[in-house]
Design a protein around this ligand. Sequence first.
Ligand SMILES: Nc1ncnc2c1ncn2[C@@H]1O[C@H](COP(=O)(O)OP(=O)(O)OP(=O)(O)O)[C@@H](O)[C@H]1O
Ligand SMILES: [Mg+2]
Length: 345
Amino acid sequence: MEQNDQSILSTEFQSEVDGQENILRPKTLGDFQGQRKIKENLSIFIEAALQRKEALDHVFLIGPPGLGKTTLASIIGNEMGSEIRMTSAPALEKPKDLAGILTNVTEGSIFFIDEIHRMRPALEEMLYIAMEDFEIDWVIGQGPAARTIRIPIPNFTLIGATTKAGQVSSPLYSRFGITCRIEFYQINELISIIRRSAKILDAKIDEQAIRLLAQSSRGTPRIANRLLKRLRDYATILGNGTITKEIVIASMDRLGIDSEGLEEQDRNILRTIIEFYDGGPVGAETLAISVGEAIESLEDFYEPFLIQKGYLKRTPRGRVATSLAYKLLNIEHNHKQDENQGILF
Ligand SMILES: Nc1ncnc2c1ncn2[C@@H]1O[C@H](COP(=O)(O)OP(=O)(O)OP(=O)(O)O)[C@@H](O)[C@H]1O
Ligand SMILES: [Mg+2]
């Protein structure tokens, strides 16, 4: 029980098997809360493409898990009135897997590749040519008789999504005409998301509770929605059905989530850097092993939020805990460590 509760935040980033995520997923740009700049830009590009009756330029969506990349991709499909085909890079194993899709796309349709940083190099080449020239190279025959033919494909829009923009090769990156960097959501944006979700789920929640929940949601809509559902359970069983401030406080305590949205593993990561590695720098792999976390979830889920909150820094030599982290954990800061870093590195 305890274990399940503890993992409410982190397990969310690994899968989207939550059936109800679909009913909470906005379907239009107008329904997509927050991220004003991204929405404004996208709506202009979409409108222009529609007016010219052209395919939208290729779109690259970057951001931590749960911030709305998949949601935005399907919204773009809706707004363009286009067919959308979704896959993820690890599912594309052989050139023929990719060629099979590319030769079947229709004019103006959308092809969404999730986790695009995991594309195999051999397939990446094929994708470059498809994105730029709307053609694919295909080898027929074998040995000395083998030859390459170019097959034209319809003009399509590629939407690539990644949590790790740094791992996408620059030739691929440069072929996207539109890049959207999705940032963690502000409190007010989360408040609108929670209000919208509560309405859809028919969950009763008062204003103070909405604000508290927004603060505990790690800047992430998926977490806000996930927590809202748990709070509704708590309110039903422990209260009178309405989610109040008291219900939120008691529930977050049970879930091990503090008022900033940090969970036990976040504090554990910071404590480990400070106590085992003198505040850092420590390599990501070593750190992941020390805290018993997969490197992926450390890098994709935990670190971005800790960095945004100013508790952690990524340096070329590894991860470093900031003085804010010492303060958070009530550990005295050994400033000598900082001086050493200045001299040595
Ligand atoms: N701007 C938003 N407004 C309202 N709800 C949102 C918004 N962004 C995301 N959500 C909600 O959060 C859920 C998770 O978003 P989504 O699946 O698009 O994230 P993601 O960035 O694709 O995550 P991952 O990297 O794990 O694939 C959605 O189902 C939706 O309900
Ligand atoms: Mg997604």
